[in-house]
Write a new protein. Structure first.
Length: 172
């Protein structure tokens, strides 16, 4: 339940069919000027509720992916690095940036965590490799997954490496 500046009490309620917004405490003057304010407030709350739901679902998916890939990280010289099970450098970079998501990571730590040269990391994050150029973007202190990159890692990379690991364990 929230209250806006005009004193409207607004309750967001979800049902099995989707979302329903319940509003109480609306008193309109004869000129209906408050109706526009109430309507705009409801629209903004509706949009905000959808963004919150979407963000929550994405964060849940990110956490599940991080848990599903924990076994690929091994301790080496007191630091966690990706094991040799994953060969594709772009996939390793995606997993590394997912592990640190949403933080910004510089080239050197990425290179150390994925056991690859700093130059190879740099070429990929700068877009020198076609196909992965839209997955990474420069931030203040290094690189992050772009929105496209995040969905690439969640939808393609994580399922592919987890499935490959399961097939390997089952001897297929």
């Amino acid at each position: 339940m929230s209250e806006n500046e005009s004193g409207l009490e607004i309750e967001i309620e979800r049902d099995s069919d989707g979302k329903r917004i319940m509003v109480s405490g609306i008193i309109l003057d004869d000129d209906f000027s408050e109706f526009d304010d109430a309507y705009q407030t409801l629209l903004e709350l509706w949009r905000r509720a959808e963004r919150i739901d979407t963000r929550f679902e994405l964060e849940t998916e990110i956490n599940k992916a991080k848990q599903a890939t924990e076994e690929f990280w091994i301790e080496k010289d007191g630091k966690l690095v990706l094991g040799a099970d994953i060969e594709e450098i772009s996939h390793k970079m995606g997993l590394c940036l997912l592990k640190h998501y949403p933080d910004c990571v510089s080239q050197r730590p990425i290179a150390k965590e994925i056991d690859c040269s700093k130059g190879s990391v740099g070429k990929r994050v700068r877009g020198d490799f076609v196909g992965v150029d839209q997955y990474f973007y420069k931030c203040e202190t290094g690189y992050q997954l772009s929105d496209t990159g995040l969905h690439w890692v969640l939808d393609e990379v994580v399922p592919a490496i987890v499935n490959a690991k399961n097939l390997q364990e089952n001897g297929e």
